[in-house]
Write a protein that binds this ligand. Structure first.
Ligand SMILES: [Mg+2]
Length: 301
């Protein structure tokens, strides 16, 4: 990845923030916070790879910031280097117990800070790469079910928090067994890759997710998608337009999809399971009413 990693510095001391920023400005994108609460806020909103966290701050100290970072699934995995002023073993121990990756002592020694940050940014990059691979579908290269499940939970929480509309839909390739039986499994795999490519095409905004849910099932997740029904229908048409011949399909001469999905505007208290269950019901309606169609409805409890 060519993009620079982001490091967040949380320190109440302005001079210390400036010193650290000067030291690290060539190695990463920097974000600065002068107290624990704003640090937590930035950590949650931004894609932060590493946090340099001052232990001793008025109001919320570094330990409490650390506890809250770890308690929030969105920030739990961010690497943290404690900056400790007191050079007491007890503090270092406490920090490491709370899950700090490392610590540096004040007064700051530039070479040491630079070296430790470099090591931890490298570890963070490796973690991300492993994570990325474990969240990718091996056949199609798009996201897998595990990625989708996590993204769906995050998206729903966010939608509930911000009162946004979101959409989620399940699609199933029509008569895929017949496709495999007639064209062979190699061709079946290639067809799934082509379907996945169309799905990728429909996820251009941040937060949009297309994933292979399993077998010949795909899912589409869109935050802030008031026109979700139109998008799902366009996607269905785009698959048809791909003109993948399906000589054994009773539905069409080409490969088609059936889909079902929901738009949610009031997501407070709802679970992903509830939403998927209704999407699934609508998918089956599409199947029962002739396939090659998509039903999107507003979620109703
Ligand atoms: Mg301080």
């Amino acid at each position: 990845m060519s993009q620079q990693p982001t490091v967040l510095i949380v320190d109440d001391d302005r001079l210390n923030r400036a010193l650290l920023a000067e030291l690290l400005k060539d190695d990463c994108r920097l974000l600065l916070a002068k107290d624990g609460l704003s640090g937590l806020d930035i950590a949650q909103r931004e894609d932060v790879s590493l946090i340099l966290l001052d232990v001793s701050m008025p109001g919320m100290d570094g330990y409490e910031v650390m506890r809250r970072l770890r308690a929030n699934p969105e920030t739990a995995d961010i690497g943290v280097i404690f900056i400790t002023g007191m050079a007491e073993e007890e503090d270092e121990e406490k920090g490491l117990m709370l899950g700090a990756a490392d610590y540096v002592q004040k007064p700051i020694r530039p070479a040491i800070v630079k070296a430790r940050v470099k090591v931890h940014l490298k570890l963070a990059a490796q973690r991300r790469e492993l994570e990325r691979l474990s969240l990718q579908d091996g056949l199609t290269g798009i996201a897998n079910r595990r990625y989708f499940d996590d993204a769906f939970e995050r998206c729903l929480r966010r939608a509930a928090r911000q009162g946004e509309a979101m959409g989620v839909a399940i699609f199933d390739v029509d008569h895929f067994k017949q496709y495999n039986d007639f064209y062979g499994h190699g061709a079946g795999d290639e067809a799934l890759r082509q379907v996945a490519a169309v799905f990728s095409h429909f996820t251009r905004r941040p937060g949009d997710v297309a994933a292979r849910y399993g077998g010949e099932e795909f899912v589409l997740l869109m935050p802030q998608a008031s026109n979700f029904a139109d998008i799902a229908e366009e996607l269905r048409q785009a698959i048809v337009a791909r003109s993948i011949a399906h000589a054994r399909s009773p539905t069409s001469a080409v490969l088609t999809l059936s889909g079902g999905g929901v738009i949610v505007t009031q997501s407070q208290g709802l679970t992903t399971t509830q939403l998927l269950a209704q999407a699934d019901t609508l998918l089956y309606r599409s199947k029962n009413e002739g396939r090659n169609r998509v039903f999107i409805d507003h979620f109703s409890a």
